[in-house]
Design a protein around this ligand. Structure first.
Ligand code: GLN
Length: 452
């Protein structure tokens, strides 16, 4: 049924970069055989899933939305992919994204933009926009994404679904094509909080193959999603997120959610996190710096594309020609920015300074979580914007992640749950719920109470 739905809506939505019915059906038959043989699989056995095309898959290509990895076939599965296969989930295909996960609209994909199923003239968010659109358009019941600065929560918000950024280190980066390694966090998309929790639990947990993986028990997110009791919980409204630059309909739905939580017995207080206003500039030094280093591996020798190798050119020339042809403009912008910020003489002024700001943000979270159990804010300042509106204005594009980036810099957990439609355009609004490191269960508990 999902494959049929994909054939029907893909010409309009373009959520997928790769769909392979034969491989999918073979996987489904293999799951049937495991069940018939008496194997005890988890609660998601047989459920189809779409993977963001940054998770390596041995039986499907993995492109990261880039020409430089066109037709690349990885020799191994990412831990997220492998664990979900073992749990019996069936892969429908690989979803579209901003090239190397750099963007907030999926317009930076080398393979054309994905469209928002609510309004095909609008963006589905990004960078995991293929994964959000696939779930919102009923092409897949579940999907995976990655969140480096908001790339799960922002697309979830603007397509009216649930998207969760787990605690950094709570989900494995092994086999994830790296963007900014100290920030990248795999997480789930689903149409409700409980489904997201089931998926979260199915791929989480310590992974010795990822050196930053946390060796601690996974918080019981499924139990929390089933519970949804917020009576007595202390909820902090982040003072810095709201006001100028926020769409009226977004703020209206946000305030209603806060009132709903209060009516369910939560205690709501305003909390100030002054450093959050400096998160965006700090992120745009740290993320490009790490990207410039991570993307050095695309050198025309080891993976994918090779341009100009006709026997007359040096290796260095072939590398330069390949990278010039293989990377899109936003990726090049980040590589140049990051290389500059890390260069000798500038390192302390830019990267070093940004790391200090990062510490201040983590301290703001720490102080806030001494007063409250969770923090809440709108997930995004506006609803889905029209395709093309911000494509030539990187600064306007970067603002889409204003409310989500502090969480990535501090490494804690946050979820976006749908909280209604904005009056002015009828488009979905997301409520962001932020919890301390390893407090992922609190996101699901509060999310279950307010999701609509
Ligand atoms: N939009 C942000 C960026 O372009 C975040 C992307 C992400 O989370 N992968 O860097």
């Amino acid at each position: 049924a999902h494959l049929a739905r994909i054939s029907t809506v893909e010409p309009q939505v373009n959520a997928f970069l790769h769909v392979d019915a034969e491989t999918t059906l073979a996987q489904a038959r293999a799951v049937d055989a495991r069940i018939a043989a008496g194997e005890r699989l988890g609660p998601l056995a047989g459920v189809p899933i779409a993977h963001k095309d940054v998770f390596t898959t041995t039986d499907m290509p993995t492109t990261a939305g880039s020409k430089i990895l066109e037709d690349y076939r990885p020799p191994y599965d990412a831990t997220v992919t492998r664990r979900l296969r073992e749990a019996g989930l069936v892969i429908l295909g690989k979803t579209n994204l901003d090239e190397f996960a750099m963007g907030s609209s999926t317009e930076n994909s080398a393979y054309g933009p994905t469209r928002n199923p609510w309004d095909l003239s609008r963006i589905p968010g990004g960078s995991s926009g293929g994964s959000s659109a696939a779930v919102a358009a009923y092409e897949a019941p579940l999907s995976t994404g990655t969140d480096t600065g908001g790339s799960i929560r922002q697309p979830a918000a603007v397509t009216g679904i649930v998207g969760m950024k787990p605690t950094y280190g709570g989900s494995s980066r092994y086999g994830l094509i790296a963007f900014a390694s100290s920030l990248d966090t795999p997480g789930p998309f689903a149409r409700n909080v409980l489904d997201a929790a089931l998926l979260h639990e199915a791929f989480s947990g310590h992974d010795p193959l990822d050196s930053t993986s946390i060796d601690a028990p996974v918080p019981s997110v499924v139990e929390a999603a089933r519970n949804g009791d917020v009576a007595g919980l202390r909820i902090g409204v982040v003072k810095e997120f709201g006001g100028d630059g926020y769409q009226a309909g977004v703020l209206a739905r946000f305030h209603e959610s806060v009132e709903l939580l209060e009516s369910l017995g939560a205690k709501v207080v305003e909390v100030s996190c002054p450093s959050f206003t400096t998160a965006l500039p700090a992120y745009y030094l740290i993320a490009p710096s790490e990207a410039s280093s991570n993307l050095a591996r695309f050198d025309a020798m080891r993976y994918g594309l090779r341009v100009g190798d006709d026997g007359t050119r040096s290796a260095e020339e072939v590398m330069a020609l390949t990278r010039a042809a293989g990377f899109g403009p936003e990726v090049k912008r980040r590589i140049i920015l990051g290389t500059y910020a890390l260069s000798s003489g500038y390192y302390d002024a830019y990267y070093g300074q940004a790391q200090k700001v990062r510490t201040l943000i983590a301290r703001d979270f720490e102080a806030a979580f001494n007063q409250v159990d969770v923090l809440v804010s709108p997930t995004t300042p506006t609803t889905a914007f029209p395709i093309g509106e911000r494509a030539d204005d990187p600064m306007a594009m970067y603002l889409a992640d204003l409310c989500t980036i502090p969480t990535n810099l501090a490494g804690n957990a946050a979820i976006s749950v749908p909280c209604g439609l904005a009056d002015e355009d009828g488009l979905p609004v997301g409520l962001q719920i932020m919890a301390p490191v390893l407090g992922d269960d609190r996101c699901y508990r509060v999310g279950a109470a307010v999701e609509r």
